[in-house]
Unconditional design. Structure first.
Length: 535
């Protein structure tokens, strides 16, 4: 690309301007004395400056808020609040771009069009419009000035490293973060890639049966610079965030479902959303949910298996298995003591080691794992970073939605049980058994929770268990079925309790969980089939 005359001089002037603004806040180099005098940490001072440096710097700050493998929670929270700082395109420019993409004036295509954008980001704008048939759609328009803005400031982002560098050192991860940020911007501006990802997401959601949906893209109105898709009805997740504790009834359940759906899609689907906000997640009137974000990613098959194993091992408090699974998807690491990371994972405590306050939730453990791996010299492979960022975005949303719960842990538990049930269904060839297990799948998944609640009530003396066996004349077969059902129920309780113990205490965690899932399903099938038999 031919650069305009004087671009080098303008670039040097821009660099000097950025360096001067950083130095004025003690961020061009490490100045411990300045930090003590102001009383503000470097990241907080940087967050106040980023909007003044321009939209590329602001967007990079918000990007860093989704990298808990690099920064502690306090810094991520500060960076997440950085303002956008991008001005929307003028209405005349919007109409000109639409005519350029569609070959027709906007009023000839849309029955109504809102010139004020619903979303204005660095690389695109979203407008609401109405088709002739009354359908409301989202019109996503690529910004023509994005490439110039990014080219001007992308090479200057490493200057921010001083705000994150240790005293007397340098920020070793900044170059990699800038490179991934550039890839994220390119993905956000690639509208045909987004259209393809939304189509795949919808297919995966329909096949999984977990309520995941994606908006329908209108190919006849979409071009490389324009993406038109249906505006799904239903509230966005960020509008459901409770204003104060306690949260509204059902928000914890919703947060757990969001986590279950996202984790299932990331580890078993073809693509998953890696960069999204609360406004990009819709709760549909039928109870389903849809992601309408802009950046989607995919994982290799081997990485999906490793990450799923890592999540389950962390859930079972098995640091050795978790470390082995996670390190398979990383590069580098210590050569003198390969077990050093494993020992660190075993000793981590969120509120002590990561600045996670009083929270001792599952997301906190994951983030500390990733930061510990970075500290030990491990580098995530490129496809792993979008997974990190997706979990971070998800955790931020569900923490706001259900502050007093642990939705990520609950969602993973549900995803694990659903995956086990899916394995069981795939192992069965008989149509009758498949239909029967599908009918009672919900009862199987809810059974451990119901049994736990019942045992809690019994231990507190708030409930009593009464078993009455009635033997009418000439119904010995019914008695046999009732006895077999009771035995099967007790066996299910034993399998659940024993599996949880063995999965966390043995070296055969994945096999224990799979075998337990098969036994649980088989016993449940026997129990319910016995109940369905007619005399």
């Amino acid at each position: 690309m031919t650069k305009p005359a004087g671009w080098r001089r303008a670039g040097n002037e821009r660099r000097r301007e950025v360096e001067r603004r950083l130095a004025a806040l003690g961020l061009a180099e490490r100045f411990p004395q300045a930090v003590r005098e102001t009383g503000e940490p470097p990241v907080r001072r940087l967050c106040a400056l980023l909007p003044e440096l321009g939209p590329v710097f602001s967007a990079f700050g918000r990007y860093l808020s989704s990298r808990p493998d690099l920064l502690p929670e306090a810094d991520c929270q500060e960076l997440a609040l950085v303002a956008g700082g991008v001005l929307p395109l003028a209405p005349a420019q919007v109409h000109g771009l639409l005519f350029q993409e569609l070959g027709r004036r906007p009023e000839e295509v849309f029955a109504g069009f809102e010139t004020q954008p619903a979303v204005a980001s660095l690389v695109f704008q979203d407008h609401l419009a109405q088709l002739a048939g009354g359908e409301v759609v989202v019109v996503r328009l690529a910004r023509p000035d994005a490439a110039e803005l990014v080219a001007r400031d992308l090479d200057l982002l490493p200057l921010l490293g001083a705000a994150f560098a240790p005293a007397g050192g340098t920020c070793v991860w900044m170059a990699g973060a800038v490179e991934d940020f550039a890839g994220t911007l390119a993905a956000a501006g690639d509208l045909p890639r987004q259209a393809a990802a939304l189509a795949v997401l919808g297919q995966d959601g329909a096949a999984a049966g977990l309520g995941l949906c994606a908006p329908r893209v209108l190919p006849a109105l979409s071009t490389p610079g324009l993406l038109v898709f249906e505006d799904l009805q239903g509230p966005a997740v960020d509008t459901l965030v409770p204003a104060e504790l306690p949260a509204a009834p059902g928000t914890a359940e919703l947060a757990a479902r969001l986590c279950q759906v996202w984790l299932h899609q990331a580890c078993f689907g073809q693509t998953f959303p890696s960069d999204f906000a609360g406004g990009d997640v819709r709760i549909l009137p039928n109870g389903g949910m849809a992601w309408t974000g802009t950046v989607f990613a995919t994982l290799p098959a081997g990485a999906k298996e490793s990450l799923w194993e890592y999540l389950l091992a962390t859930l079972a408090h098995d640091p050795e298995r978790a470390c082995a699974a996670l390190s398979r998807e990383m590069e580098g690491g210590p050569v003198d003591d390969p077990k050093r990371l494993q020992n660190r994972l075993r000793q981590l405590v969120p509120f002590r080691d990561g600045g996670w306050g009083a929270r001792d939730d599952f997301a906190g453990y994951l983030f500390l794992h990733w930061r510990a791996a970075t500290a030990e010299g491990y580098r995530p492979r490129p496809y792993l970073v979008p997974f990190y960022r997706g979990v971070a975005r998800l955790a931020a949303q569900v923490r706001a939605l259900a502050p007093a719960a642990d939705p990520l842990r609950d969602g993973l538990e549900r995803a694990r049980l659903a995956a086990g049930m899916g394995d069981m269904l795939r192992l069965l060839d008989r149509r009758e058994m498949k239909d029967l297990l599908g009918t009672y799948a919900g009862a199987f998944l809810a059974m451990p929770q119901r049994l736990n609640e019942l045992m809690t009530l019994l231990s507190e003396g708030r409930a009593s268990l009464k078993i009455e066996v009635v033997e009418p004349p000439h119904e010995r077969r019914r008695k046999d079925d009732s006895t077999a059902s009771l035995v099967a129920l007790l066996a299910i309780v034993a399998v659940v309790l024993l599996a949880r113990h063995l999965a966390s205490a043995s070296d055969f965690g994945p096999w224990v969980e799979r075998i337990a899932a098969l036994l649980l399903a088989a016993l449940g099938l026997f129990l319910f089939r016995g109940r369905r038999r007619k005399p």
